[in-house]
Ligand binder design. Structure first.
Ligand code: HEC
Length: 195
């Protein structure tokens, strides 16, 4: 099994744990009905088809995350520095882009999706798309968790990636890593996301 897939399973387990905690603390009488399509993934596991199989077949959040990992794994050629950083968190000099989660070789695609169209990770937390046209939409954005901000500019995008502050000055959740990334690498990333 590739290390990336193992990492993904680790992250999914942590997320399930977190979701459980959130439910426990926020809603005593909440009915846990297999949200996010988890039910189907679970029945795959229980039905003796094996965990991976169940997850891959499952719809919803788990299936999407697994399919996304596969897509990232399959990608082995990169046509630009920005694309390599986006998929692998490694620049063209072979340097890991350090981040507050201590992840090595993990890029933006793991959470924001291989197509940069965003993903559903946990209830109430959307991982927003990163396409430049979306980020710079003049209307700005209101996210599922209520965070709202005007459109991004190059400088505000950079401070968001470096320090986790959005254009309205809101601090992002700690699920979004803070990245120690050079200005040059940020420029390559913007160039890639603008395509
Ligand atoms: C471990 C998961 C994860 C990874 C990896 C990740 N992000 Fe994020 N990112 C998030 C989450 C979750 C949010 C939403 C945070 C919130 O709403 O508080 C986010 C939000 C953002 C935002 C704010 C977008 C908006 O509309 O407000 C930007 C910009 C961003 N990420 C850029 C990046 C870049 C660039 C990379 C790669 C260098 C990256 N992220 C890697 C999880 C991740």
């Amino acid at each position: 099994m590739s290390r990336l897939i193992q990492l993904c399973i680790g992250i999914i387990l942590v997320l399930i744990g977190l979701t459980g905690l959130v439910l426990y603390y926020t809603a005593g009488d909440f009915q846990f009905q297999g949200p996010m399509g988890m039910g189907r993934g679970m029945s795959g596991m229980m039905g003796g088809r094996g965990m991976m199989d169940g997850m891959m077949r499952g719809g919803g959040m788990m299936g999407d995350m697994m399919r996304n990992m596969e897509e990232i794994d399959r990608k082995t050629e990169f046509s630009s520095n920005g694309e390599r950083i986006f998929f692998r968190g490694v620049n063209s000099k072979g340097e890991f882009i350090k981040n507050s989660h201590g992840m090595q070789g993990v890029g933006c695609a793991m959470c924001h999706g291989a197509n940069a169209q965003g993903m559903q990770m946990m209830m109430m937390t959307d991982v927003p798309p990163l396409k430049w046209g979306y980020l710079t939409d003049p209307k700005g954005h209101t996210h599922a968790n209520g965070r709202t901000h005007p459109s991004f500019t190059e400088p505000s995008f950079k401070s968001c990636v470096l320090a986790g502050i959005d254009p309205a000055g809101n601090e992002l959740s700690t699920m979004m890593p803070r990245w120690q990334i050079s200005n040059e690498d940020l420029d390559s990333l913007i160039e890639y996301l603008s395509k």
